[in-house]
Ligand binder design. Structure first.
Ligand code: ATP
Length: 451
Protein backbone atom coordinates (compact mmCIF):
# COMPACT_ATOMS: atom_id res chain seq x y z
CA UNK A 1 0.00 0.00 0.00
CA UNK A 2 1.36 3.43 -0.86
CA UNK A 3 1.85 5.83 1.99
CA UNK A 4 0.09 8.93 0.69
CA UNK A 5 -2.52 8.63 -1.95
CA UNK A 6 -3.68 11.66 -3.82
CA UNK A 7 -6.73 10.97 -5.91
CA UNK A 8 -9.34 13.52 -7.04
CA UNK A 9 -11.88 11.80 -4.78
CA UNK A 10 -9.61 11.97 -1.71
CA UNK A 11 -8.71 15.60 -2.49
CA UNK A 12 -12.40 16.48 -2.48
CA UNK A 13 -13.08 14.68 0.80
CA UNK A 14 -10.05 16.27 2.46
CA UNK A 15 -11.03 19.71 1.26
CA UNK A 16 -14.67 19.29 2.33
CA UNK A 17 -13.52 17.93 5.70
CA UNK A 18 -11.41 20.98 6.43
CA UNK A 19 -13.81 23.55 4.94
CA UNK A 20 -16.92 22.33 6.72
CA UNK A 21 -15.41 21.07 9.98
CA UNK A 22 -15.57 17.32 9.59
CA UNK A 23 -11.94 16.42 10.22
CA UNK A 24 -8.92 18.60 11.04
CA UNK A 25 -5.25 17.79 11.27
CA UNK A 26 -4.34 17.32 14.93
CA UNK A 27 -2.21 20.08 16.52
CA UNK A 28 -2.32 21.91 13.21
CA UNK A 29 -1.06 25.23 14.57
CA UNK A 30 2.11 23.41 15.70
CA UNK A 31 2.62 21.95 12.26
CA UNK A 32 0.55 18.85 12.95
CA UNK A 33 1.53 15.41 14.20
CA UNK A 34 1.93 12.55 11.78
CA UNK A 35 -1.30 10.80 10.78
CA UNK A 36 -3.30 12.09 13.74
CA UNK A 37 -6.69 13.69 13.18
CA UNK A 38 -9.33 15.59 15.13
CA UNK A 39 -13.05 15.44 14.38
CA UNK A 40 -14.60 18.92 14.08
CA UNK A 41 -18.14 20.07 14.94
CA UNK A 42 -19.81 18.16 12.11
CA UNK A 43 -17.38 15.22 12.12
CA UNK A 44 -18.05 14.49 15.78
CA UNK A 45 -21.80 14.35 15.08
CA UNK A 46 -21.27 12.03 12.12
CA UNK A 47 -19.02 9.72 14.14
CA UNK A 48 -21.43 9.71 17.10
CA UNK A 49 -24.34 8.88 14.80
CA UNK A 50 -22.36 6.01 13.32
CA UNK A 51 -21.52 4.62 16.76
CA UNK A 52 -25.14 5.03 17.91
CA UNK A 53 -26.39 3.25 14.82
CA UNK A 54 -24.01 0.35 15.45
CA UNK A 55 -24.92 0.22 19.15
CA UNK A 56 -28.64 0.23 18.41
CA UNK A 57 -28.24 -2.47 15.84
CA UNK A 58 -25.95 -4.87 17.75
CA UNK A 59 -26.97 -4.19 21.36
CA UNK A 60 -30.33 -2.51 21.80
CA UNK A 61 -32.19 -4.25 19.01
CA UNK A 62 -31.04 -7.72 20.01
CA UNK A 63 -31.84 -9.86 23.02
CA UNK A 64 -28.51 -11.65 23.02
CA UNK A 65 -25.90 -8.85 23.24
CA UNK A 66 -25.06 -6.54 26.16
CA UNK A 67 -22.67 -3.60 26.32
CA UNK A 68 -19.46 -2.82 28.19
CA UNK A 69 -17.11 0.13 28.57
CA UNK A 70 -13.78 -1.18 29.90
CA UNK A 71 -10.74 0.91 30.83
CA UNK A 72 -7.98 1.54 28.31
CA UNK A 73 -5.28 0.72 30.88
CA UNK A 74 -5.30 -2.91 31.97
CA UNK A 75 -3.15 -5.20 34.10
CA UNK A 76 0.05 -5.69 32.07
CA UNK A 77 -0.20 -9.48 32.41
CA UNK A 78 -3.37 -9.35 30.28
CA UNK A 79 -1.18 -8.65 27.26
CA UNK A 80 1.19 -11.46 28.10
CA UNK A 81 -1.67 -13.99 28.27
CA UNK A 82 -3.34 -12.67 25.14
CA UNK A 83 -0.12 -13.18 23.17
CA UNK A 84 0.34 -9.48 22.36
CA UNK A 85 3.61 -9.00 24.27
CA UNK A 86 5.23 -11.87 22.40
CA UNK A 87 3.56 -11.55 19.05
CA UNK A 88 1.79 -8.25 18.33
CA UNK A 89 4.38 -6.94 15.94
CA UNK A 90 4.91 -6.21 12.27
CA UNK A 91 8.00 -6.91 10.16
CA UNK A 92 9.91 -3.66 9.79
CA UNK A 93 12.45 -2.96 7.06
CA UNK A 94 14.49 0.19 6.66
CA UNK A 95 16.13 1.71 3.60
CA UNK A 96 19.89 1.87 4.05
CA UNK A 97 20.03 5.00 1.88
CA UNK A 98 17.14 7.29 2.89
CA UNK A 99 16.23 5.55 6.18
CA UNK A 100 12.55 5.45 5.31
CA UNK A 101 10.82 2.61 7.20
CA UNK A 102 8.24 0.22 5.79
CA UNK A 103 6.09 -2.71 6.81
CA UNK A 104 7.63 -5.51 4.81
CA UNK A 105 4.24 -7.09 4.05
CA UNK A 106 2.88 -3.82 2.64
CA UNK A 107 5.47 -3.34 -0.08
CA UNK A 108 6.18 -5.73 -2.88
CA UNK A 109 9.61 -4.41 -3.65
CA UNK A 110 13.03 -5.73 -2.67
CA UNK A 111 14.29 -2.17 -2.92
CA UNK A 112 13.08 1.06 -1.27
CA UNK A 113 9.87 2.22 -3.00
CA UNK A 114 10.97 5.85 -2.47
CA UNK A 115 14.60 5.95 -3.59
CA UNK A 116 15.40 2.43 -4.81
CA UNK A 117 17.97 1.93 -2.02
CA UNK A 118 18.77 -1.41 -0.45
CA UNK A 119 16.50 -2.56 2.39
CA UNK A 120 17.60 -4.07 5.70
CA UNK A 121 16.47 -7.56 6.74
CA UNK A 122 13.09 -7.43 8.52
CA UNK A 123 12.96 -7.25 12.30
CA UNK A 124 9.82 -7.59 14.42
CA UNK A 125 8.59 -4.25 15.68
CA UNK A 126 6.10 -4.24 18.61
CA UNK A 127 3.01 -2.20 17.88
CA UNK A 128 2.10 -1.65 21.52
CA UNK A 129 2.46 1.79 23.10
CA UNK A 130 4.04 1.65 26.54
CA UNK A 131 3.69 4.07 29.40
CA UNK A 132 4.20 4.09 33.19
CA UNK A 133 1.59 3.97 35.87
CA UNK A 134 2.23 6.11 38.95
CA UNK A 135 5.14 8.40 39.77
CA UNK A 136 8.03 5.95 39.29
CA UNK A 137 9.17 5.27 35.76
CA UNK A 138 10.60 1.77 36.00
CA UNK A 139 9.76 -1.49 34.31
CA UNK A 140 7.72 -2.72 37.30
CA UNK A 141 5.21 0.04 36.59
CA UNK A 142 5.06 -0.36 32.86
CA UNK A 143 1.59 -0.61 31.34
CA UNK A 144 0.29 -0.59 27.79
CA UNK A 145 -2.28 1.46 25.93
CA UNK A 146 -4.64 -1.26 24.71
CA UNK A 147 -4.11 -2.22 21.06
CA UNK A 148 -7.66 -3.63 20.84
CA UNK A 149 -10.80 -3.35 22.95
CA UNK A 150 -11.40 -7.12 22.83
CA UNK A 151 -9.32 -8.09 25.88
CA UNK A 152 -11.39 -5.80 28.13
CA UNK A 153 -14.35 -7.97 27.16
CA UNK A 154 -12.63 -11.33 27.72
CA UNK A 155 -11.40 -10.48 31.22
CA UNK A 156 -14.93 -9.35 32.15
CA UNK A 157 -16.61 -12.47 30.78
CA UNK A 158 -17.37 -13.87 34.26
CA UNK A 159 -18.58 -10.53 35.64
CA UNK A 160 -21.00 -10.00 32.77
CA UNK A 161 -22.18 -13.61 32.83
CA UNK A 162 -23.06 -13.40 36.53
CA UNK A 163 -24.49 -9.87 36.45
CA UNK A 164 -26.66 -10.33 33.38
CA UNK A 165 -27.61 -14.01 33.87
CA UNK A 166 -26.91 -14.97 30.27
CA UNK A 167 -26.96 -18.32 28.56
CA UNK A 168 -25.00 -19.26 25.43
CA UNK A 169 -25.05 -17.90 22.83
CA UNK A 170 -24.62 -14.30 23.95
CA UNK A 171 -22.35 -11.41 23.13
CA UNK A 172 -20.64 -8.42 24.71
CA UNK A 173 -20.16 -5.26 22.66
CA UNK A 174 -17.85 -2.36 23.23
CA UNK A 175 -16.79 0.86 21.50
CA UNK A 176 -13.55 2.50 22.49
CA UNK A 177 -10.13 3.84 21.64
CA UNK A 178 -7.26 1.56 20.72
CA UNK A 179 -3.63 2.43 20.06
CA UNK A 180 -1.09 0.86 17.71
CA UNK A 181 2.32 2.23 16.95
CA UNK A 182 1.85 1.57 13.22
CA UNK A 183 5.04 1.60 11.14
CA UNK A 184 3.42 3.33 8.20
CA UNK A 185 0.22 5.14 9.13
CA UNK A 186 -1.48 7.09 6.36
CA UNK A 187 -4.29 7.44 3.91
CA UNK A 188 -6.08 10.05 6.01
CA UNK A 189 -8.04 8.38 8.83
CA UNK A 190 -7.65 4.87 7.37
CA UNK A 191 -4.54 3.96 9.33
CA UNK A 192 -3.69 5.99 12.40
CA UNK A 193 -1.93 5.26 15.68
CA UNK A 194 -4.91 6.23 17.80
CA UNK A 195 -8.30 5.04 16.58
CA UNK A 196 -11.66 3.80 17.71
CA UNK A 197 -12.96 0.26 17.44
CA UNK A 198 -16.43 -1.19 17.69
CA UNK A 199 -16.14 -4.83 18.68
CA UNK A 200 -18.40 -7.70 19.64
CA UNK A 201 -17.24 -10.89 21.28
CA UNK A 202 -20.04 -13.38 20.70
CA UNK A 203 -19.77 -16.51 22.88
CA UNK A 204 -21.17 -19.74 21.46
CA UNK A 205 -21.23 -23.45 22.19
CA UNK A 206 -18.25 -25.18 20.58
CA UNK A 207 -19.55 -26.90 17.46
CA UNK A 208 -21.94 -24.07 16.56
CA UNK A 209 -19.10 -21.64 15.81
CA UNK A 210 -19.01 -22.03 12.00
CA UNK A 211 -22.71 -21.33 11.77
CA UNK A 212 -22.45 -18.22 13.95
CA UNK A 213 -19.46 -16.89 12.01
CA UNK A 214 -21.62 -16.86 8.88
CA UNK A 215 -24.63 -15.39 10.66
CA UNK A 216 -22.49 -12.47 11.90
CA UNK A 217 -20.86 -12.01 8.51
CA UNK A 218 -24.27 -11.62 6.87
CA UNK A 219 -25.45 -9.32 9.61
CA UNK A 220 -22.44 -7.03 9.49
CA UNK A 221 -22.17 -6.96 5.69
CA UNK A 222 -25.79 -5.91 5.30
CA UNK A 223 -25.42 -3.26 8.03
CA UNK A 224 -23.01 -1.38 5.76
CA UNK A 225 -25.12 -1.65 2.62
CA UNK A 226 -28.32 -0.79 4.47
CA UNK A 227 -26.80 2.47 5.64
CA UNK A 228 -25.34 3.67 2.39
CA UNK A 229 -22.29 1.70 1.27
CA UNK A 230 -22.78 0.72 -2.36
CA UNK A 231 -22.75 -3.08 -2.73
CA UNK A 232 -20.25 -2.86 -5.60
CA UNK A 233 -17.80 -1.17 -3.19
CA UNK A 234 -17.99 -3.88 -0.57
CA UNK A 235 -16.65 -7.43 -0.62
CA UNK A 236 -15.78 -10.32 1.63
CA UNK A 237 -12.28 -11.73 1.64
CA UNK A 238 -11.47 -14.94 3.45
CA UNK A 239 -8.05 -15.20 5.07
CA UNK A 240 -5.70 -17.79 3.62
CA UNK A 241 -4.66 -20.41 6.21
CA UNK A 242 -1.14 -18.94 6.40
CA UNK A 243 -2.56 -15.47 7.02
CA UNK A 244 -4.73 -16.41 10.01
CA UNK A 245 -3.88 -14.90 13.41
CA UNK A 246 -2.48 -17.37 15.96
CA UNK A 247 -5.85 -17.53 17.77
CA UNK A 248 -8.10 -17.81 14.71
CA UNK A 249 -9.72 -20.83 13.10
CA UNK A 250 -11.32 -18.84 10.30
CA UNK A 251 -11.50 -15.11 9.44
CA UNK A 252 -13.18 -12.96 6.83
CA UNK A 253 -12.49 -9.30 6.16
CA UNK A 254 -15.27 -7.02 5.04
CA UNK A 255 -13.39 -4.83 2.57
CA UNK A 256 -14.30 -1.49 1.04
CA UNK A 257 -13.04 -0.17 -2.28
CA UNK A 258 -11.09 2.88 -1.06
CA UNK A 259 -9.74 5.28 -3.72
CA UNK A 260 -6.35 3.55 -3.38
CA UNK A 261 -7.73 0.00 -3.52
CA UNK A 262 -9.54 -2.55 -1.37
CA UNK A 263 -8.97 -2.14 2.37
CA UNK A 264 -10.34 -3.75 5.53
CA UNK A 265 -13.33 -2.10 7.21
CA UNK A 266 -14.09 -4.88 9.62
CA UNK A 267 -12.76 -8.34 10.41
CA UNK A 268 -15.04 -11.18 11.46
CA UNK A 269 -13.00 -13.90 13.15
CA UNK A 270 -13.58 -17.24 14.81
CA UNK A 271 -11.23 -16.80 17.80
CA UNK A 272 -12.08 -20.28 19.17
CA UNK A 273 -11.68 -20.57 22.97
CA UNK A 274 -8.13 -19.26 22.77
CA UNK A 275 -8.63 -16.04 24.74
CA UNK A 276 -10.75 -17.37 27.60
CA UNK A 277 -8.39 -20.31 28.08
CA UNK A 278 -5.35 -18.03 27.93
CA UNK A 279 -6.69 -15.82 30.73
CA UNK A 280 -7.89 -18.77 32.81
CA UNK A 281 -4.47 -20.43 33.04
CA UNK A 282 -2.40 -17.68 34.73
CA UNK A 283 -5.25 -16.41 36.90
CA UNK A 284 -6.35 -19.88 37.97
CA UNK A 285 -9.93 -18.74 37.54
CA UNK A 286 -11.27 -21.35 35.17
CA UNK A 287 -14.70 -21.22 36.76
CA UNK A 288 -15.02 -17.48 36.01
CA UNK A 289 -14.15 -17.93 32.38
CA UNK A 290 -16.25 -20.96 31.57
CA UNK A 291 -19.95 -21.51 31.11
CA UNK A 292 -21.75 -24.18 33.11
CA UNK A 293 -23.75 -26.27 30.67
CA UNK A 294 -26.88 -27.49 32.45
CA UNK A 295 -27.38 -30.36 29.99
CA UNK A 296 -23.95 -31.95 30.24
CA UNK A 297 -23.34 -30.62 33.80
CA UNK A 298 -19.89 -29.52 32.65
CA UNK A 299 -17.97 -26.28 32.56
CA UNK A 300 -17.12 -25.41 28.95
CA UNK A 301 -14.95 -22.72 27.44
CA UNK A 302 -17.21 -21.07 24.86
CA UNK A 303 -15.95 -20.37 21.35
CA UNK A 304 -15.89 -16.75 20.29
CA UNK A 305 -17.00 -15.07 17.08
CA UNK A 306 -15.59 -11.57 16.84
CA UNK A 307 -16.90 -8.89 14.46
CA UNK A 308 -14.34 -6.11 14.91
CA UNK A 309 -14.79 -2.86 13.02
CA UNK A 310 -13.06 0.50 12.93
CA UNK A 311 -15.13 3.60 13.63
CA UNK A 312 -12.78 5.88 11.72
CA UNK A 313 -12.54 3.62 8.67
CA UNK A 314 -16.31 3.23 8.55
CA UNK A 315 -16.81 7.00 8.88
CA UNK A 316 -14.43 7.53 5.97
CA UNK A 317 -16.13 4.88 3.83
CA UNK A 318 -19.58 6.37 4.44
CA UNK A 319 -18.22 9.82 3.56
CA UNK A 320 -16.59 8.60 0.36
CA UNK A 321 -19.66 6.70 -0.81
CA UNK A 322 -22.04 9.55 -0.10
CA UNK A 323 -20.05 12.28 -1.87
CA UNK A 324 -21.70 13.35 -5.10
CA UNK A 325 -21.60 16.27 -7.52
CA UNK A 326 -24.30 17.11 -10.02
CA UNK A 327 -25.14 20.02 -12.31
CA UNK A 328 -27.84 22.25 -10.87
CA UNK A 329 -29.61 23.51 -12.89
CA UNK A 330 -29.11 20.80 -15.55
CA UNK A 331 -27.24 22.26 -18.56
CA UNK A 332 -29.09 22.99 -21.80
CA UNK A 333 -28.00 20.78 -24.74
CA UNK A 334 -24.54 21.83 -25.89
CA UNK A 335 -23.96 24.08 -22.85
CA UNK A 336 -20.91 23.64 -20.59
CA UNK A 337 -21.50 23.24 -16.87
CA UNK A 338 -20.03 26.18 -14.94
CA UNK A 339 -18.30 25.51 -11.60
CA UNK A 340 -20.94 27.59 -9.79
CA UNK A 341 -23.63 25.31 -11.21
CA UNK A 342 -22.20 22.20 -9.60
CA UNK A 343 -24.11 21.05 -6.56
CA UNK A 344 -22.01 19.12 -4.03
CA UNK A 345 -24.23 16.78 -2.08
CA UNK A 346 -23.41 14.29 0.64
CA UNK A 347 -26.05 11.62 0.20
CA UNK A 348 -25.53 10.33 3.73
CA UNK A 349 -28.07 7.96 5.20
CA UNK A 350 -30.53 10.02 7.25
CA UNK A 351 -29.46 8.31 10.47
CA UNK A 352 -25.84 9.31 9.89
CA UNK A 353 -26.39 12.92 8.80
CA UNK A 354 -24.83 15.35 11.33
CA UNK A 355 -27.76 17.79 10.95
CA UNK A 356 -31.23 16.37 10.33
CA UNK A 357 -33.10 19.53 9.46
CA UNK A 358 -32.17 23.14 8.72
CA UNK A 359 -34.62 25.95 9.37
CA UNK A 360 -34.23 28.76 6.87
CA UNK A 361 -36.23 31.99 6.73
CA UNK A 362 -36.56 32.95 3.06
CA UNK A 363 -34.56 36.08 3.82
CA UNK A 364 -33.17 37.82 6.88
CA UNK A 365 -36.28 39.82 7.61
CA UNK A 366 -37.77 41.04 10.86
CA UNK A 367 -41.26 39.86 9.92
CA UNK A 368 -40.05 36.34 9.13
CA UNK A 369 -37.59 35.92 12.00
CA UNK A 370 -40.08 35.36 14.88
CA UNK A 371 -41.97 32.60 13.07
CA UNK A 372 -38.75 31.01 11.80
CA UNK A 373 -37.36 30.93 15.37
CA UNK A 374 -40.64 29.47 16.57
CA UNK A 375 -40.37 26.66 14.01
CA UNK A 376 -36.77 26.09 15.05
CA UNK A 377 -37.77 25.83 18.72
CA UNK A 378 -40.53 23.39 17.78
CA UNK A 379 -37.99 21.02 16.19
CA UNK A 380 -34.85 21.49 18.26
CA UNK A 381 -35.92 19.40 21.27
CA UNK A 382 -36.34 16.37 19.00
CA UNK A 383 -33.75 16.68 16.26
CA UNK A 384 -30.25 17.94 15.45
CA UNK A 385 -31.11 21.25 13.79
CA UNK A 386 -29.39 24.28 12.34
CA UNK A 387 -30.80 27.78 11.90
CA UNK A 388 -29.32 29.75 9.03
CA UNK A 389 -30.39 33.15 7.70
CA UNK A 390 -27.13 34.32 6.11
CA UNK A 391 -26.98 34.88 2.32
CA UNK A 392 -29.41 33.82 -0.41
CA UNK A 393 -31.72 30.85 0.05
CA UNK A 394 -30.05 29.06 -2.88
CA UNK A 395 -26.64 29.29 -1.21
CA UNK A 396 -28.05 28.10 2.06
CA UNK A 397 -29.59 25.03 0.40
CA UNK A 398 -26.17 24.34 -1.14
CA UNK A 399 -24.46 24.65 2.25
CA UNK A 400 -26.85 22.12 3.73
CA UNK A 401 -26.55 19.75 0.75
CA UNK A 402 -22.78 19.80 1.14
CA UNK A 403 -22.97 18.56 4.74
CA UNK A 404 -25.68 16.01 3.99
CA UNK A 405 -28.67 17.61 5.79
CA UNK A 406 -31.62 15.50 4.56
CA UNK A 407 -34.32 18.16 4.96
CA UNK A 408 -34.64 21.94 4.88
CA UNK A 409 -37.65 23.88 6.15
CA UNK A 410 -38.20 27.29 4.58
CA UNK A 411 -40.34 29.96 6.21
CA UNK A 412 -41.65 32.53 3.72
CA UNK A 413 -44.15 35.41 3.71
CA UNK A 414 -47.09 33.11 2.93
CA UNK A 415 -46.17 31.15 6.08
CA UNK A 416 -47.18 34.18 8.16
CA UNK A 417 -50.72 33.81 6.78
CA UNK A 418 -51.27 30.09 6.15
CA UNK A 419 -49.00 28.68 8.91
CA UNK A 420 -47.41 26.37 6.37
CA UNK A 421 -43.76 25.97 5.44
CA UNK A 422 -41.84 24.43 2.54
CA UNK A 423 -40.11 21.13 3.20
CA UNK A 424 -37.26 20.34 0.79
CA UNK A 425 -35.63 16.98 0.18
CA UNK A 426 -31.82 16.95 -0.20
CA UNK A 427 -31.59 14.16 -2.77
CA UNK A 428 -34.40 14.99 -5.18
CA UNK A 429 -34.74 18.69 -4.29
CA UNK A 430 -38.51 18.04 -4.32
CA UNK A 431 -40.55 20.46 -2.25
CA UNK A 432 -43.72 20.04 -0.25
CA UNK A 433 -45.92 22.57 1.52
CA UNK A 434 -46.84 21.32 5.02
CA UNK A 435 -48.64 22.75 8.09
CA UNK A 436 -46.19 23.87 10.79
CA UNK A 437 -48.17 21.98 13.43
CA UNK A 438 -47.57 18.69 11.57
CA UNK A 439 -43.83 19.24 11.02
CA UNK A 440 -42.48 17.13 13.93
CA UNK A 441 -44.58 14.11 12.93
CA UNK A 442 -43.85 14.49 9.20
CA UNK A 443 -40.12 14.85 9.82
CA UNK A 444 -40.02 11.86 12.15
CA UNK A 445 -41.74 9.79 9.53
CA UNK A 446 -39.46 10.94 6.72
CA UNK A 447 -36.32 10.48 8.80
CA UNK A 448 -37.43 6.94 9.53
CA UNK A 449 -38.65 5.93 6.08
CA UNK A 450 -37.22 8.45 3.61
CA UNK A 451 -38.87 11.09 1.44
P1 ATP B 1 -4.85 -3.95 9.04
O1 ATP B 1 -4.60 -5.30 8.40
O2 ATP B 1 -5.45 -2.94 8.13
O3 ATP B 1 -3.65 -3.45 9.81
P2 ATP B 1 -5.93 -5.38 11.24
O4 ATP B 1 -6.31 -6.67 10.58
O5 ATP B 1 -4.69 -5.31 12.04
O6 ATP B 1 -5.96 -4.20 10.16
P3 ATP B 1 -7.84 -5.70 13.31
O7 ATP B 1 -6.84 -6.06 14.32
O8 ATP B 1 -8.69 -6.77 12.73
O9 ATP B 1 -7.15 -4.89 12.12
O10 ATP B 1 -8.75 -4.52 13.89
C1 ATP B 1 -10.12 -4.43 13.68
C2 ATP B 1 -10.51 -3.13 12.98
O11 ATP B 1 -9.93 -2.02 13.63
C3 ATP B 1 -10.03 -3.06 11.54
O12 ATP B 1 -10.93 -3.69 10.67
C4 ATP B 1 -10.01 -1.56 11.30
O13 ATP B 1 -11.29 -1.08 10.92
C5 ATP B 1 -9.65 -1.01 12.66
N1 ATP B 1 -8.23 -0.66 12.69
C6 ATP B 1 -7.19 -1.48 12.93
N2 ATP B 1 -6.02 -0.81 12.88
C7 ATP B 1 -6.35 0.48 12.60
C8 ATP B 1 -5.57 1.68 12.45
N3 ATP B 1 -4.26 1.67 12.57
N4 ATP B 1 -6.24 2.82 12.16
C9 ATP B 1 -7.58 2.85 12.04
N5 ATP B 1 -8.35 1.76 12.19
C10 ATP B 1 -7.74 0.59 12.48
Amino acid sequence: MRRYVETPQMDKILSLSKRRGLVFQSSEIYGGINATWDYGPLGVELKRNLKDLWWRSVVQQRDDVVGLDAAILMHPEVWVSSGHVAGFSDPLVECRECHQRYREDQIDATACPDCGGELTDPRQFSLMFKTFMGPVEDSANQVYLRPETAQGIFVNFGNVLTASRRKLPFGIAQIGKAFRNEITPGNFTFRTREFEQMEIEYFVKPGTDDEWLHAWLDDRFSWYTKHGIRPENLRLRRHDPDELAHYAKDTYDIEYRFPWGWGELEGVANRTDYDLRSHATPTGRDQDLTFFDEESKEHVFPYVIEPSGGVDRATLAFLLDSYDEEPDPPPKPGEEVQAKDVRVVLRLHRALAPVKVAVLPLSRNERLAPLAHQVHMLLRPHLATQYDDAQSIGRRYRRQDEIGTPYCVTVDFDSLEDKRVTLRDRDTMAQLRVPIADLPAILNDKLEHGW
